[in-house]
Each structure stands twice: as structure tokens, then as C-alpha cells.
Design a protein around this ligand. Structure first.
Ligand SMILES: Cc1ncc(COP(=O)(O)O)c(C=O)c1O
Length: 445
């Protein structure tokens, strides 16, 4: 599918972003020229996916579309039991409603914001056990999404009884789309077994993770992406999936698991929150498109083209001397805003300031992965200041050309050249009590 995009003037953009409370989520999409807000649900479906949409079986229960969906998931992941959900956070909602209790600790590698949101909603705590190397954007490490085993073991030792499971995000979005190695997954499995814990994989970008394993991990060069994917999933007990990423659909998700007992418990919440267990908030046609998308996303040629486009933009920025998370991740470029805007105080939201500047410069929409996203501590209600202030430029799958990437790079270079003139950011004028970044409003300082 192609669609036209619209140019605008700087004066228009100044006006629109002010009306949007300086929150890029509040902009109308027609006010955006190149939209790198997210790679979630923004991919272009293929001819085969559109054909599958026409074959959707919309029966309430037991539709053939569900069986197509279930079989694709079984073939690709090895998990026998599956519950469809309307998107990734719905999978978290259903599964965590079964597993997470008040006072629990859920260790993992830089939990995604909705994952953390759902854990905190159940009055539990997400404990970040990512390796320290992930927090130095200049450091080259092939698997910056890895879990620090010592940090994880400490949580298991001290709070073992209150750990319902370990969650590992592949690739790790919050640390820069960085992959997790098989070696690390194996070691986490060993620890989990020693303490009798389940492992859940947040699998939104499992195929991109497998691509990096093939490229970077010793012994995997000659394996196919599907073989690697099967091995990765063999270390987990269950997975949550936002199909909006590596199933290349506009909406959808699922939970997949090994044990029927867990399926039965989760089905109760599935029916309450999502719908019957064979459609879970999706139309039959959506289930078909997901099944087809899973096959396409696990082809090496597709993955290479996709990841190389992200790399293309990253290399351009590096060529201009712009600080980004390195090595370049799978789905996005993460600009290190603290090293970009050195005069803006963290209390004035550095990465948000950069994102607003980029929008005004060229109509390019990125997103803040910094203090606004980190939200307030649920107990003290103080701002949490994360180690990194990042502006994420997420590249939709099969949508833009490298010509668009050139425009983005040039726009950012213009800001880089005048970075020392940017001294102030924003203050919050309105915010929601949880997941505030989606809707908050700001004003200029
Ligand atoms: C790693 C990760 N987990 C979970 C989610 C939530 O998925 P959804 O947006 O489909 O609810 C996302 C979405 O961006 C994600 O990146």
C-alpha cells in the first residue's frame, strides 16, 4: 500500500505542535511528513497478506482462521497453546492477571513501558537487570539486550518467593532495539530452573533478534532464521507478542505457551477482557494476516533489507558526528539526547526537547524514550530520571525509502549544527496517573 505524505511550513508546524501541547502523540498524522513515531502497526502488508484478509472466516468460535493462526504459531515458535489478543499489551494484561500479585518482583531486561505499566498496575515491581554496557551508548557490544546474570540472581536470592517469572524482551526496545544472545538465554534458563521460575519472552521483535543472532553469535551463521527462532523459544515457558511488529500487521497480538493448565487459567481473563478464545478481540481476517506475516517476517532476505535500512540512517547520523546508541539496533535509531543537547537540564525533558525540535525542523515525528516515558515512582510520585535520555526514530516496515532517511538525517544535522543555541525545554501542565507520555501536555520554559 502506498499513500501520499504532506509537506508543511515551519510556521504551520510551530502552531500545530503548540496546539498539541508539545506532545507528538497529540498531532494529527496529516501534520507529519515522515512518521517515525513507532514501528508498531505501521508496516505495509504484502500482496499475500491482503489476499489472506479476503479469506477470513468470521465464525464466532472455531473459525478456520484461528486454526491457520494457531498452526503458524506452532510451526514458527513451537508453542502448542495460543490465545489471540487485540495487541501486545492485551496479551500482558491477560497473562499478568493470572501470574502477577501485589508485592511481587518481576525481573527482566529493561521492561517495555506497557509491560512495566501492567506489572505496576498489579502493585508489583519491575526490576531492571540489563547489563551495564547497555547504558553507555558509545560502547560496542553485540548483545546489549542481555540480562546481567549477577543482578538477576540477586533478585532471585533476596526476593525469590515473590518472583512469579522472569521476562526477557527480544529485541530490547527500551535499551535501543538491542538483541539478546542465545548464550544469555541459556544461562537465564539455567538460573530460572535452579529457582523454579518461568521465563516469559516479550517477543514483539523476535525475528529481528534472530537476525542479529545469525550475524553475530558464534555457531549460528549457517542456521536459518526459523531454526534460530525455534531454539530461542525453546528456552521459554510462554511468550507475549505484539503482532504489530514482527508479524507486520496493523493490529493484533497473542500469548503462546507450553502448558495447558496456564491456557485454562488465562482463558478466564481472555474471555472477560478480549473475547472468545479463538478470536480474542480480532477479526478472522486479522488472524489470517498475522499467520502470513509471521512467515514473511522470518525470511532472511526481508530481515536483511529491513535492518539495513535502519543501519543506513544510523550510519548517516554517525557520519555527521551525531551521538546514537551503538551498535545500531533492529527497528530504530536511538539518538543520545544528553550528549546532543548538553545545555538542557534533565528537569526540562531533554529527549522531548530534541523530538519537538526535529518536528519543527522538518515535520519528522520521533518519540521520547526518557524521563516522560519513565513516569513517576508509583509510591513517591517523584519523576524517575532514567540513565539514558533517548529520542527514538522507529522505522516502519516496508514503508519508507532511503530517500526519506536522507531527509531525516539532514534535518537532524541542521539541529546538530545549532545545538548550542537550544538551552531550554518544557514543563508539564497536565498528565495522567499512569503511562502519562501518551497524553500529557507541556509548555515551553
Ligand atoms: C517490546 C514491546 N513489548 C510490548 C509492546 C506492546 O505492544 P502493543 O503496542 O501492541 O500493545 C511493545 C509496543 O511497542 C513493545 O515494543
Amino acid at each position: 500500500m502506498v499513500e501520499s505524505i504532506h509537506r508543511s511550513t515551519r510556521a504551520e508546524r510551530e502552531q500545530w505542535i503548540k496546539e498539541a501541547g508539545f506532545n507528538l502523540f497529540n498531532l494529527k498524522s496529516e501534520y507529519v511528513f515522515v512518521d517515525l513515531l513507532t514501528d508498531s502497526g505501521t508496516g505495509a502488508m504484502s500482496d499475500r497478506q491482503w489476499s489472506e484478509m479476503m479469506l477470513g472466516d468470521e465464525s464466532y468460535a472455531g473459525a478456520s482462521s484461528f486454526h491457520k493462526f494457531k498452526n503458524a504459531i506452532l510451526e514458527i515458535t513451537g508453542f502448542e497453546y495460543v490465545l489471540p489478543t487485540h495487541q501486545g499489551r492485551a496479551a500482558e494484561n491477560v497473562l499478568f492477571s493470572v501470574l502477577v500479585k501485589e508485592g511481587d518482583f518481576v525481573p527482566g531486561n529493561s521492561h517495555f513501558d506497557t509491560t512495566k505499566g501492567h506489572i505496576e498496575f498489579h502493585k508489583a515491581k519491575a526490576v531492571d537487570c540489563t547489563i551495564d554496557e547497555a547504558f553507555d551508548t558509545t560502547l560496542i557490544h553485540p548483545f546489549k539486550g542481555n540480562v546481567d546474570l549477577a543482578k538477576l540472581e540477586k533478585v532471585l536470592k533476596v526476593n525469590g518467593k515473590k518472583v512469579p517469572f522472569i521476562i526477557i524482551t527480544i529485541t530490547c526496545n527500551s535499551s535501543g532495539g538491542q538483541p539478546v544472545s542465545i548464550e544469555n538465554l541459556k544461562a537465564v534458563r539455567k538460573l530460572a530452573d535452579n529457582y523454579g521460575k518461568m521465563i516469559i519472552l516479550d517477543s514483539a521483535r523476535f525475528a529481528e533478534n534472530a537476525y542479529f543472532i545469525k550475524l553475530r553469535e558464534e555457531g549460528y551463521q549457517h542456521k536459518t532464521i526459523r531454526e534460530i527462532v525455534r531454539e530461542v523459544f525453546s528456552y521459554a515457558d510462554a511468550i507475549t507478542m505484539s503482532a504489530k511488529k514482527d508479524a507486520i500487521v496493523n493490529i493484533g497480538g497473542f500469548i503462546a505457551m507450553r502448558e495447558k493448565e496456564l491456557l485454562c487459567r488465562a482463558s478466564v481473563f481472555e474471555i472477560m477482557y478480549e473475547g472468545f478464545i479463538t478470536y480474542g478481540g480480532l477479526a478472522g481476517r486479522d488472524l489470517n494476516a498475522i499467520a502470513q506475516g509471521l512467515y514473511e517476517a522470518t525470511e532472511f532476505d526481508y530481515l536483511e533489507t529491513r535492518v539495513k535500512q535502519v543501519e543506513y540512517l544510523g550510519n548517516k547520523l554517525l557520519g555527521f558526528g551525531i551521538p546514537i546508541q551503538q551498535p545500531i539496533g533492529g527497528h530504530a535509531i536511538f539518538v543520545d539526547a544528553k550528549r546532543f543537547l548538553t545545555h538542557v537540564r534533565k528537569e526540562e525533558y531533554i529527549a522531548q526537547t530534541l523530538a519537538v525540535n526535529l518536528y519543527i525542523e522538518a515535520g519528522v515525528r520521533g518519540v521520547e524514550i526518557g524521563t516522560l516515558l519513565a513516569d513517576r515512582d508509583p509510591v513517591t510520585r517523584e519523576n524517575r530520571y532514567p540513565k539514558l535520555e533517548l529520542m527514538r526514530l522507529a522505522i516502519p516496515r516496508r514503508v519508507y525509502t532511503n530517500n526519506h532517511m536522507d531527509l531525516v538525517a539532514t534535518a537532524l544535522k541542521n539541529i546538530w549544527d545549532r545545538r548550542n543555541t537550544i538551552k531550554h525545554g518544557f514543563r508539564i501542565v497536565r498528565e495522567a496517573p499512569i503511562l502519562r507520555h501518551f497524553t500529557l501536555e507541556l509548555e515551553r520554559i
